[in-house]
Design a protein around this ligand. Sequence first.
Ligand code: BG6
Length: 479
Amino acid sequence: MSFTADRLLLFGATGDLAQRMLLPSLCALHADELIDPDLKIIGTARTEMNDGEFREFAREALEKFLPAERRGGMAGFLNRLSYQPLDATTLEGYNALAEKVGPTDKGLAIFLSTAPSLFEPTIRGLQHAGLDGETVRMCLEKPLGTDLGTSCEINDAVAAAYPEERTFRIDHYLGKETVQNLLALRFANLMFEPLWNAACIDHVQITVAETVGLEGRVAFYDDAGALRDMVQNHMLQLLALVAMEPPSDYEATAIRDEKVKVLRSLRPVGEGETVTGQYRAGAIGGQAVPGYDEELGKDSDTETFVAIKAHVDNWRWKGVPFYLRTGKRLPERVTEIVVQFRCVPHSIFAGKGATMQPNRLVIGIQPEENITLSLMAKVPGLDREGIRLRQVPLNIAMPDAFVGQHRRIAYERLLLDLIEGDQTLFVRRDEVEAQWEWVDAIRAGWDAQGMTPKTYTSGSWGPSAAIALAERDGVTWHE
Ligand code: BG6
């Protein structure tokens, strides 16, 4: 049933995500008149607050996290907000919450951004108060479990109240404009698809590097680690978009069907195909930063860096390694995908002394979106001593190509799609489960081998073993 919700209920409304992302995104959508004037936003959390206090809380968050030029009509936006305190663990408060939400016949979208332990009691409470009808959508923010088993428990609890077509699982990377542009690059241009296979591609690299450390998320991060925090979700989604077959159309089912096929084709990772690391004190951008153990206040075996050599076992990708790496406290914040093509089959220039490098496509996702294709070109000259060739970049800087466009927060797109009911950029249950299955096997391998993270200095590109992982195959990480 298609509907545009006129109520949005935010669980975790006083939390970090609400302050940094959700409230700013909603305010920006309001400023651009992209949400219906009738949409009411109800916040809920444990903290006692009335509507006025919540609006004040939201105003402070917006002033802190939304650039001034995107805060147009902030007073109008704040007027949409109301608040109901709730102890999510007991059934008692849910009827009052339902009363605050009001009629849901036009449509209610619920955004659950709470601790995973609260998922089940919250869903029970929502059912108890009748907030689970056909016009109610449920949106879930990570972490959705810590392994396949716990993720299935959460998914089962959700499915008991909200069918899959009304369940929206967030992976905020899919909300990034630049990630969606991967689909445009691959499927709106003729020249890449015929080459996008094992015959023409040597390997793929996906890097998600961060300069930040723990950021105060002590309890969460130490239980998660880089594999569960970044690879299980964001990096596997990027890999799926790079590796999937062309979907028949830009619709939720077609796209998600193709992604899940890739995720299910991931080969279990073998011994020696992963490297883990944990940062020690160092410097980033000239600033001294403490080590993970110092930030945590104790020793830990949690990995803050992981590099993996992955394989997609299907016809298209046979024998093409996908090198993945992500880490905290690396020298720069960069997310990019590198597609390394093979050499031309025969060099007509060899007899003239020229050396050649294979083409490479670098898709920069953040902080800047740049697409660079390196091509071989002849160095100008009369070539009396032979022909010289050099690699030159064909460079597209997206911000220059689309001047005047807002840089949007990923959640703007996702919240709007949730309100309007478009699941294309949300992760389906079978995708999440395939992701966990692959990641759980990696963790089981680490346990079986007694593998613990190697240390690396903050501001470096991770442990030297990560460099060796690629170099062994004659591959150099793109930096
Ligand atoms: C989150 C992780 O999902 O993604 C964080 O929990 C990480 O640890 C963040 O910092 C990175 O997101 P972005 O959009 O800044 O690349």
